[in-house]
Design a protein around this ligand. Structure first.
Ligand code: 3PG
Ligand code: MG
Length: 409
């Protein structure tokens, strides 16, 4: 039994449905959206609700405004949504109050309105019951389709699930199902690939993963900290020297949980942090004192490929090298392509997400082939850390309440 209710359980025709999506997308200096992935995914749910005759009220935050700030208005997003949907999307200047109430009252079945940035109101981030009540007035049902904000206990991501019948949207559902396949009920062996610059930002995640997965590949700058802890000189490479004891503790925990940790055995070294600069691969016994490791080397790539071959399930977060600078994207790109190929051959379930990860997988053209690539940053990391996400917990509670009520009827 799933722990949450989906759109299959909701009777939406003619009803006002408050849908929380994540339109917090990257934009350029002129406010133009530079990546529509999140919007496109959210519109799957919005489109289905409209097709089924709901009166759809779309909620989202944008940026981290302090009060009302025109630069962080959602107004410009309404036409972007409309274009993806092929339907008109109205806009209301406020998330609550008269403007919002009038816009919602004007909706016919199948119509859609986007409300202004929920974070323009203090009550959003405070999860203030009065603000929750003002939002709740605008809907008969609540659909949460924003996994990427599920780590926030805000009014529109958490509070509403306690006061309206609550359901997971299609993107949320797909995300939760994919994540369950990745770590909760995975086919074993499971390998995790964790990269990125620093151990310090991923401590909790590494500590959780070594207890859950069969093999952990560590790459990126954070691998240098592990190497250093083991007495390998890493020259001028990025490394957190003070975290050496922590790295050793993580290796101990891994051993205790029979998780093999796959560290680089060679590195691509350069003398400048810049694309196209001179670089050479060195074994760990020969890293030059004056150089920096900017990517895993060819022998390490072979090991990562072999680890992927041994796995039935892959969970990936973070690049293995300085992937934004060619040729230091090579380790990340080759590993991603290999995982994509294994997934295409149906030999691997591959789940990835968090921060730079989409950009890195995009470089390898691997996103389409992965089983699931999450657009979530912080929420994906907290999930990898094994933390309960307030937005998900509230949906499960709502489902329990509904089941209990049905049992009593
Ligand atoms: C994100 O972009 O990761 C989500 O939209 C959450 O945004 P926040 O970190 O500002 O809460
Ligand atoms: Mg963010």
């Amino acid at each position: 039994m799933t722990a949450f209710r989906t759109l299959d359980d909701a009777d939406v025709k003619g009803r006002r449905v408050l849908v929380r999506v994540d339109l917090n997308v990257p934009t350029d200096d002129d406010g133009r959206v530079t990546d529509t992935t999140r919007i496109a995914r959210a519109m799957t749910t919005v489109g289905e609700l409209a097709d089924r005759g709901a009166r759809v009220v779309v909620l989202s935050h944008f940026g981290r405004p302090k009060g009302r700030d025109p630069k962080e208005s959602l107004r410009a997003l309404a036409p972007v949504c409309a274009e993806i949907l092929g339907r008109p999307v109205a806009f209301a200047d406020e998330a609550v109050g008269e403007a919002a109430e009038q816009a919602v009252a004007a909706l016919g079945d199948g119509d859609i309105v986007l409300l202004e940035n929920t974070r323009f109101h203090d009550g959003e981030e405070k999860n203030d019951p009065a603000f929750v009540a003002d939002l709740a007035k605008l809907g008969d049902l609540y659909v949460n389709d924003a996994f990427s904000t599920a780590h926030r206990a805000h009014a529109s991501t958490e509070g509403l699930a306690h006061v309206l019948p609550a359901f997971a949207g299609r993107t949320m559902q797909a995300e939760l199902e994919a994540l369950a396949k990745g770590l909760e009920t995975p086919q074993r062996p499971v390998v995790a690939i964790v990269g990125g610059a620093k151990v310090s930002t991923k401590l909790a995640l590494l500590e959780n993963l070594v207890t859950r997965v069969d093999a952990l590949v560590v790459g990126g700058g954070m691998a240098n900290t592990f190497l250093l802890a083991q007495g390998v000189p890493v020259g001028k490479s990025l490394a957190e020297r003070d975290l050496a004891p922590t790295a050793l503790r993580i290796l101990d925990a891994a051993e205790k949980h029979s998780c093999s940790v796959i560290l680089p055995v060679d590195g691509v070294v350069a003398w400048e942090f810049k694309a196209g600069t001179e670089s050479h691969a060195y074994g760990l016994d020969a890293i030059p004192d004056d150089g920096m490791i900017l990517d895993i080397g060819p022998q390490s790539i072979e090991r990562v490929r072999a680890a992927i071959d041994d796995a039935m399930t892959l969970v990936w977060n973070g690049p293995l090298g300085a992937f934004e600078l060619e040729p230091f994207d090579r380790g990340t790109v080759e590993a991603a392509r290999h995982a994509a190929e294994r997934t295409r051959q149906r030999k691997l379930v591959s789940v990835a997400g968090g921060g730079d990860t989409i950009a890195a997988l995009n470089k390898a053209n691997a996103v389409e082939d992965f089983t699931y690539v999450s657009t979530a940053g912080g929420a994906f990391l907290e999930w990898l850390e094994g933390k309960p996400l307030p937005g998900i917990a509230a949906l499960s509670l709502a489902a329990e309440r509904a089941r209990a009520a049905a049992g009593q009827a």
